[in-house]
Design a protein around this ligand. Structure first.
Ligand SMILES: C[S@@+](CC[C@H](N)C(=O)[O-])C[C@H]1O[C@@H](n2cnc3c(N)ncnc32)[C@H](O)[C@@H]1O
Length: 309
């Protein structure tokens, strides 16, 4: 009863109820929340602190930025969602807040779009060297099948495309990347209500902020060729897998396109089956099927490893 009372006390104040309503629509920074509420930052921060302490909101630090989102996964989270669901749709103040949130989202989307445009030609050039992404995605959907996925961890998520691909069959999605601009794009792409269960996090693939044995599906989609230590990345991914959990690595077969090193910062010119299979075995995974989608000049390979213990 104490926890429930603490939750109700924390939510029982107009600004805090507005904050809860806003954070139910995605991850928002203090400065964004301050703009929406037109209140001073210290005041908004105080309210946020109380909501976090009561377990109604989750605080996520990303470098110098801090984001808040509605809590999930425990009793206080249920209270938070229930309170938000009880809020009337036609409340003038809440509607105004949501309109301002839309404007903030549009600004974010514009920033993300600018970054995307600046890099689009770079990405486009690489895309032209291999089979269409749609073919790779169709193959991935076929390999995973229509089964429910408890937790999907997408490592080096970039714009969050892999999270999007599996979102409908996933209970919890986590996208991890080191690049803040990429994370901003992913957050914008996955801002809709159908992605409420998807979380975007800043993190390094060599040392991920993810507990052992908690993940059902881990994906590394066109990420490994940026790594000087692919074996370490595969071992770190394997660490997070539950028994029966699966790691899917999508990357290029070994190739000779040297210019990708200089022009596109690839650390590795693809991988041989032997190298990936060895790394998976060393990480304690049982190696599953391997697929190849031949392109000119790059062939996309899909390797799978399954956690046995
Ligand atoms: C080519 S993009 C692929 C993005 C995404 N997986 C996709 O296929 O659309 C490679 C991504 O790996 C991320 N990355 C590179 N090194 C990383 C590291 N050490 N930890 C986490 N992410 C990293 C980059 O920031 C970039 O977003």
């Amino acid at each position: 009863m104490e926890a429930l009372l603490a939750g109700l006390r924390a939510a029982g104040e107009p600004t805090r109820l507005r904050l809860l309503a806003l954070c139910a629509h995605g991850e928002l920074s203090v400065s964004e929340l301050t703009q929406i509420l037109s209140q001073s930052q210290p005041r908004v921060s105080r309210h946020l602190k109380l909501l976090v302490e009561a377990g109604l909101l989750t605080r996520i630090r990303e470098g110098s930025l801090v984001f808040y989102r509605i809590a999930d996964g425990h009793e206080s989270a249920y209270l938070a969602r229930t309170l938000v669901d009880l809020l009337p749709d036609n409340d003038t103040e809440l509607s105004r807040d949501l309109n301002r949130l839309d404007i903030i989202r549009q600004k974010r989307a514009e920033l993300a779009e600018n970054y995307f445009q600046e890099n689009a030609s770079h990405w486009g050039k690489i895309r032209a060297l291999h089979v269409p992404e749609a073919d790779v995605e169709a193959k991935l959907l076929q390999l995973v099948g229509p089964t429910r996925i408890g937790t999907h961890l997408d490592i080096g998520t970039g714009t969050g495309r892999m999270l999007e691909l599996f979102a409908a069959q996933t209970e919890r999605g986590i996208g991890l990347d080191l690049n803040s601009e990429m994370l901003a794009i992913a957050r914008t792409q996955l801002g809709g209500d159908e992605y409420r269960h998807v979380h975007i996090r800043k993190g390094d693939m060599y040392n991920m902020p993810i507990d052992d044995a908690t993940v059902d599906l881990a994906t590394l989609h066109l990420v490994l060729h940026y790594s000087l230590e692919p074996t370490a990345v595969i071992a770190e991914a394997a660490r997070t897998l539950k028994k029966g959990g699966r790691l899917i690595v999508v990357d290029f077969a070994a190739h000779g396109e040297e210019h990708l090193r200089t022009d596109h910062k690839h650390q590795r010119l693809g991988f041989s089956d032997r190298e990936i299979i060895q790394a998976m075995e060393q990480a304690g995974l049982e190696v599953g099927t391997t697929d190849a989608l031949a392109g000119d000049p790059l062939t996309v390979k899909i390797w799978q490893g399954i956690c046995q213990d």
